[in-house]
Design a protein around this ligand. Structure first.
Ligand code: PSV
Ligand code: MN
Ligand code: MN
Length: 388
C-alpha cells in the first residue's frame, strides 16, 4: 500500500489549529511544573505556534482563549501572526474562572450572572471581528454536584435562551460551536454533557451553529467514531478538539493513548465527507503538555494526526464496500486493518523533503536552535490559565 499522488494531494490540504494555551505552563490540580522559555504573552504564544507550522506545514492557525489571550490591539496580534505565516483561529470563551460563575454561567438561575456570561460572549464576537476568526467555541463548566442542588430542566431552558442571544450576534460568516463534556468540574450533572444535548441546542439555534467533539470528553469505552459518523450524517459536526485519554479529560498528545481509536475516528471523518478545507469540519488540538516540552509536543501531535489521516485515506473503499455488501466479515475487517498497520512514516518523510520541509520535523525543530533561544531570552513565562 502506498501513498499515491491523490492521497498526497489530500494530505497537502490538511490544516490543524493549535491551541494557544498549549504553549504556556500548565499542570494538574496538584502542581504546575514551570518550564524555561515558555511564552510571556499572547504574541510569544503565536511565535511558538508558528514554529510548529514552519517545520510541518500542518498548523496554519492558532486558537485563542479569552481572557487568557486578551490584548489591547487585536489587529496588531493578527498582523504579528500573519507576519509569522499563521492566522488567528477559533475564539474560545471562558465562563469558568470567575467567582460569579460558582453555580454556572449561561444556565445560572440568576439573570444577572447569565447576562454577564452573555456579555462575555459578545466581547468574544467583537474580538472575532478583529481577528478574522470564523468560530466562537463555547465550552461550559455549568452543572451541579448534588442531586436536588438545582432544577436540571430549568437550567436547560435558560441555557437555550442564553445561547439564542449569543447566536443572534454571530455574523454571516461566523459560526457558534458548542462543546460537550460528560463531567468535570461538575460531578453530578453537567448542562451540556453529551453530543445529543449539544446537537439539540445547536439545531434550535440555526444553521450556523454546530457541535464540537473533544475526543477526551467521553466515558471510557464510548464508541466515539459512531458519534462522528452520526454528527457528520446530520451535518452538525463543526469541529474537533483532538487529544487522547487513558481515563477522562487527560488532554494528552493526540494518538498517544490509543492510536487505533484515532484511526477509527479519521476513517469515519473521511467516509462522512468531514475531511478537507470545504468540509466545514475544523481540526483543532486541545492539549496540555505538563511534563514534556510544549513546542515538540505540538509537533508530535500534528504529525500523529497526519500519519493517521494518511492511513485512513489508504483504506480501499471499493473493496471494503464489496466485502461489506457480501457479508464477508473477515475480509472487511482485514481491509481496514491493512490500512491501519501500514507504516506511512517513510513515505511521509520522503514527501516532506520533496516539499522543502525537514524529513523529521521533530529533528528539524531540535536543530533549529529556537528552543535554546527562547530558554535564554524569556524569563518569567506565563501559566496557561488553568493553574492561574
Ligand atoms: C475543559 O474541559 C476544556 O479542556 C475544554 O475541552 C475546552 O475546550 C478547553 O478546556 C478550553 O476551554
Ligand atoms: Mn476541548
Ligand atoms: Mn477538556
Amino acid at each position: 500500500m502506498t501513498l499515491n499522488s491523490q492521497i498526497l494531494g489530500q494530505l497537502e490540504q490538511q490544516a490543524i489549529e493549535l491551541p494557544s494555551w498549549a504553549f504556556a505552563n500548565s499542570g494538574t490540580r496538584f502542581r504546575v511544573f514551570g518550564q524555561p522559555g515558555v511564552p510571556r504573552d499572547p504574541f510569544e504564544k503565536i511565535a511558538d505556534a508558528a514554529q510548529v507550522h514552519k517545520v510541518t506545514a500542518l498548523a496554519p492557525k492558532v486558537a485563542l482563549h479569552i481572557p487568557w489571550d486578551k490584548v489591547d490591539d487585536y489587529a496588531k496580534l493578527r498582523n504579528h501572526a500573519e507576519d509569522l505565516g499563521v492566522a488567528l483561529g477559533t475564539i474560545n470563551s471562558n465562563t469558568f474562572q470567575d467567582e460569579a460563575y460558582k453555580f454556572g454561567s449561561l444556565a445560572h438561575s440568576d439573570a444577572a450572572v447569565r447576562q454577564k456570561a452573555i456579555d462575555h460572549h459578545f466581547e468574544c464576537i467583537e474580538i472575532m471581528n478583529e481577528t478574522g476568526s470564523q468560530d466562537l467555541k463555547i465550552w461550559l463548566a455549568d452543572g451541579t454536584n448534588y442531586p436536588g442542588q438545582d432544577d436540571m430542566r430549568g437550567r436547560q431552558d435558560r441555557l437555550t435562551e442564553s445561547l439564542a442571544k449569543i447566536y443572534e450576534r454571530i455574523g454571516e460568516n461566523q459560526r457558534l460551536v458548542l462543546e460537550y463534556k460528560f463531567f468535570e468540574p461538575a460531578f453530578y450533572h453537567t448542562d451540556v454533557p453529551d453530543w445529543g444535548t449539544s446537537y439539540a441546542q445547536v439545531v434550535a439555534l440555526g444553521e450556523r451553529a454546530f457541535v464540537c467533539l473533544d475526543t477526551g470528553h467521553h466515558a471510557p469505552g464510548t464508541n466515539i467514531e459512531f458519534i462522528v459518523m452520526q454528527l457528520l450524517r446530520l451535518g452538525k459536526l463543526g469541529s474537533f478538539d483532538f487529544n487522547s485519554a487513558f481515563y477522562a479529560d487527560d488532554d494528552l498528545i493526540v494518538g498517544a493513548a490509543d492510536p487505533f481509536q484515532l484511526f477509527r475516528i479519521l476513517v469515519e471523518v473521511v467516509r462522512g465527507g468531514g475531511y478537507g478545507p470545504d468540509s466545514g469540519v475544523a481540526f483543532m488540538l486541545d492539549q496540555c503538555h505538563n511534563v514534556e516540552k510544549k513546542i515538540p509536543g505540538q509537533i508530535r501531535s500534528v504529525l500523529n494526526v497526519q500519519e493517521m489521516t494518511a492511513r485512513a485515506l489508504l483504506v480501499d473503499r471499493d473493496a471494503l464496500g464489496a466485502a461489506q455488501q457480501a457479508g464477508d466479515v473477515l475480509t472487511a475487517n482485514s481491509i481496514l486493518m491493512d490500512a491501519f498497520y501500514t507504516d506511512v512514516r517513510p513515505a511521509l518523510a520522503e514527501w516532506r523533503e520533496s516539499r522543502g520541509l525537514p524529513a523529521d520535523p521533530m529533528e528539524g525543530y531540535a536543530e533549529s536552535g529556537y528552543q535554546q533561544k527562547i530558554e535564554a531570552e524569556r524569563v518569567g513565562g506565563e501559566q496557561a490559565g488553568w493553574g492561574a
